[in-house]
Design a protein around this ligand. Structure first.
Ligand code: HEM
Length: 509
């Protein structure tokens, strides 16, 4: 007679493990063969050069990408140098891939020009996924998470007030006032610096220059070394990048050194620099890594914030009817005897919608930053093979007619629901995607809100009738160099009265 073994719990677990194992193996191999059978997304119609791959236009590459997305579909592929690249240009595809499958896109592609020659492997922005990256993000989080961001309210209100007083004095210099706001707030959070950082400050200028060099080096296909890594070892190759590396390292080390001296003298204020110097045993970062991480506040957070502030100032001047709707809301909720504060935010859906629409209309980081697929990613009928560089193109996504009908129209009402409230069911990826999403977004959003609220409450802005302007220049990713006379700022209440309200701000509100 056949003996049936007794089904002990151990046997049951063993049997289940075998069944689960077989199922999983089928799933993995099934998925693999499914992936292999699927095509890559459609290729862009640009001839492929054996050395450079497919060249994107130098001016406004995102406009060309958006056109290809219109013609070819939500995902398009191309070759940059020798590297396969997939660009996502529609909202649903971006959410499905960059957010829901975001765990497969935490990595960054190797970037020799920007990441190694210019940043010396130190910039978190270009650091590959892994344990070191996690330590860096965890350290940044201490000073950028929502709770920490709330703690900067007073600092942000105080400096937004300065922007209003500066605009009253020198309206033509609006871009420099935005730069000064952003640099002063970031310098305080990063280094505890208590004095203003005007746009003319040599360190602010060095950071801006380095931001331009980085942006240029990140441009797909900009440097041959990203396709032919051996070039890195030629001492005469990439001289400009190496020189800028030395300059910017010097700036970051000097800033950190100031904090060290203040710590020694017992005078250091609460800031990221003093925190990280005192708690580095938890993070195990080298001196240079610390300097670069503190520098990341400045380099990633100041020009971006200034551009965003200029963008909504400009959007208001360009779209008087939309501006008037925000004025109406501010008048009814805040009135003209006090200025708006953070406490008003949830009562100002029109203002929130106006800000969101400005960020959609002229995205600050139009091209997006490169992510790297660490496994094959399947989306609908396409495969994005492991190793591919993946961009979520902010500009093309902002022009998705399914989510943003009539996308060229500046229409803040698309962000308002039937009850007149700000919509939370869609969002625009101003701050990027998944686990690489901008860690500074809470601080940045608060800066944008308080500046938008105060500037729009204080002024009616308009365009100078005789100055021709290229409003697409807002989308090149640096603070737009609009001629100073492009915008006018007319106080909405008596200028003296405005000054006196600002002098009491924020305490007296
Ligand atoms: C309006 C202002 C800002 C905009 C539009 C912006 C946008 C972005 C975007 C698009 C990314 C790339 C996300 C991705 O890879 O998908 C990014 C990364 C980053 N941002 Fe921001 N940012 C802003 C302000 C800030 C501020 C204020 C800080 C710091 C205080 C900051 C620090 C960083 C850092 C460190 C990264 C790199 C993160 C990583 O690679 O893991 N940003 N930002």
């Amino acid at each position: 007679m056949i003996q049936v073994p007794e089904l002990t719990s151990v046997t049951i677990v063993a049997l289940l493990s075998v069944v689960v194992g077989v199922l999983l193996t089928n799933k993995i191999y099934g998925a693999k063969s499914q992936a292999q059978a699927l095509p890559l997304p459609p290729r862009i119609p640009v001839p492929t050069h054996w050395l450079f791959g497919q060249k994107l236009p130098l001016k406004y590459p995102s406009l060309a990408i958006a056109k290809w997305v219109d013609n070819l579909g939500p995902l398009i592929s191309m070759t940059q140098g020798r590297q396969p690249v997939v660009v996502i240009g529609r909202y649903k595809a971006a959410m499905d891939i960059m957010e829901r499958q975001g765990g497969l896109l935490v990595d960054r592609p190797r970037s020799i020009a920007a990441g190694e020659l210019f940043a010396g492997g130190m910039s978190i922005l270009l650091t590959p996924a892994g344990e070191r990256f996690k330590r860096m993000r965890r350290a940044l989080h201490t000073h950028l998470q929502p709770k920490a961001a709330e703690g900067y309210e007073h600092l942000q209100m105080d400096n937004a007030k300065t922007t209003i007083l500066d605009l009253l004095q020198e309206p033509d210099q609006f871009q420099n006032h935005a730069r000064k706001y952003a640099a002063t707030v970031i310098q305080k959070i990063a280094y505890g610096k208590n004095t203003p950082s005007p746009a003319s400050d040599p360190e602010v200028q060095s950071i801006r220059k380095s931001f331009d060099v980085l942006r240029d080096a990140l441009r797909p296909g900009a440097y041959l070394v990203d396709s032919f890594p051996f070039l890195k070892y030629l001492p005469w190759y990439g001289r400009k990048l190496r020189r800028e590396h030395e300059v910017i390292t010097g700036v970051y080390l000097r800033q950190l050194d100031r904090v060290k001296q203040e710590l020694k003298a017992g005078k250091a204020g609460l800031c990221f620099g003093s925190y990280i110097l005192e708690h580095n045993q938890e993070y195990g970062l080298s001196e240079k890594e610390i300097a670069y991480l503190a520098g990341a506040f400045f380099s990633a957070g100041s020009d971006t914030t200034a551009i965003a502030i200029c963008t909504f100032m400009f959007a208001a001047a360009r779209h008087p009817a939309a501006q008037a709707k925000v004025h109406e809301e501010l008048d009814s909720i805040v009135g003209n005897e006090r200025a708006p504060t953070f406490a008003d935010e949830s009562k100002l859906p029109q203002l929130q919608a106006f800000m969101m629409e400005s960020m959609r209309w002229r995205p600050v980081v139009a091209l997006g930053l490169p992510h790297r697929a660490t496994e094959d990613i399947i989306w609908e009928n396409y495969v994005i093979p492991a190793g591919t560089t993946v961009y979520g193109n902010h500009w093309a996504i902002s022009r998705d007619p399914q989510v943003f009908p009539d996308p060229e129209k500046f229409d803040p009402q698309r962000w308002i629901d039937d009850d007149g409230q700000f919509r939370h069911d869609i969002k625009f990826p101003t701050f990027g995607f998944g686990r690489r999403i901008c860690p500074g977004l809470h601080v940045a959003n608060r800066s944008l809100f308080i500046n938008a609220a105060l500037i729009l409450w204080s002024f009616r802005s308009s365009l100078h009738e005789t100055e021709p302007i290229d409003d697409l220049s807002l989308s090149v990713g640096i603070v737009p160099e609009l001629p100073p006379s492009t915008m006018k700022f007319e106080p909405r209440i008596d200028a003296k009265e405005l000054e006196s309200i600002m002098e009491k701000y924020p305490e007296g509100m």
